[in-house]
Design a protein around this ligand. Structure first.
Ligand code: 5RP
Length: 223
């Protein structure tokens, strides 16, 4: 099976975690796009969605799914999102699609995080995928220096020859060379650095379930 077929498989499998009659949290990315497409088939059975990005909002609306503002909900039963890396405890690196801040907000509103990913995303220790960090632009150099002191190398993410601007009007640093052995401590520490909006380690907002697309079908991991 191709990676795209594995994404379709887990996107469709995630629909069974959606609670009928409720609002579902929706992440961002190519795997989530498959989930959104599958969600459209049961749109009359749900109230709608809270979205984690402009891109997902547009896709949801185009398919006739109502999108609520995060401030309109107190709690969500479930949040469905992809990951760039996930380990065997359900800790993740996210933000490859630059939506990490809103993703973390919607995840924090949700009782259960269901991660959908193909098997290439499952790792023993996170750090191979460049770690995305959303930053206030004036702090980028100082934050890069702090990562350098940890052995990391930060690169400003570019788009069309200019720094990429997130949905929140900020920039993204992609940090290579890190081994994230203690994700909870790492996330807590980087969160304290002035100018960090969101670090792409999702340890405090970890997954409880991962639907992993493998060559033999969807494997369900529970953490
Ligand atoms: C976006 C994300 C995505 O969930 C992550 O990058 C995985 O994306 P894809 O499903 O396209 O591989 O965190 O900010």
């Amino acid at each position: 099976m191709t990676q795209d077929e594995l994404k379709t498989l887990v996107g469709q499998a995630a629909v069974k975690y959606v609670v009928k009659g409720e609002i579902v949290g929706v992440g961002t990315g190519s795997t989530v796009n498959k989930f959104i497409d599958a969600l459209a088939a049961i749109k009359s059975e749900i109230k709608g969605a809270v979205s984690s990005s402009v891109a997902s909002t547009e896709r949801l609306k185009a398919l006739g799914i109502k999108v609520f503002d995060a401030n309109e909900v107190i709690e969500l039963s479930v949040y469905i999102d992809g990951a760039d890396e996930i380990d065997h405890s359900g800790y993740m690196v996210k933000g490859g699609g630059a939506a990490l801040t809103r993703e973390k907000i919607v995840a924090s509103l949700s009782k259960k995080f269901v991660c959908i990913a193909d098997e290439s995303k499952l790792v023993k220790t996170m750090g191979a995928f460049p770690l995305p960090v959303e930053v206030i632009p004036m702090a980028a150099q100082r934050i890069s220096a702090l990562f350098a002191a940890k052995g990391g190398s930060a690169q400003l993410r570019m788009k069309d020859s200019a720094p990429l601007v997130t949905d929140n009007g900020q920039h993204i640093l992609d940090v290579t060379g890190l081994q994230i052995a203690d994700p909870l401590a790492f996330e807590s520490e980087v969160n304290q650095w002035p100018g960090v909006v969101t670090v792409g380690v999702f340890a405090h907002q970890k997954a409880q379930v991962c639907l992993l697309g493998t060559s033999t079908g969807v494997k369900t991991l529970e953490f």
